[in-house]
Design a protein. Structure first.
Length: 84
């Protein structure tokens, strides 16, 4: 069950380096939560919530390893893993 957030965090926060590739159709951003091997769990949750609350159909992960993909499931955001 997704965590219940209150206040300004209830809708999450926009992921870092979020950019539209095709306006309102396809976007790109860095890995939710940050780019290093030790990014913040809370920030990752907030960014996934933002993705979900903004109506994205699914996330495509291009990272080789499946690290943290379970967080999308936990927060109710569909995803695809297509490592490159």
């Amino acid at each position: 069950m997704p965590p219940k957030l209150r206040g300004k965090w209830a809708l999450g926060i926009q992921p870092r380096n979020f950019t539209w590739i095709l306006k309102d159709k396809m976007a790109v951003c860095e890995r939710p939560g940050g780019f290093g091997s030790s990014h913040r769990r809370v920030r990752r949750q907030e960014e996934i919530i933002w993705i979900r609350e903004n109506g994205f159909n699914y996330v495509v992960s291009l990272i080789q390893a499946p690290h943290n993909l379970h967080n999308y499931e936990e927060l109710g955001q569909p995803y695809r893993h297509r490592p490159m």
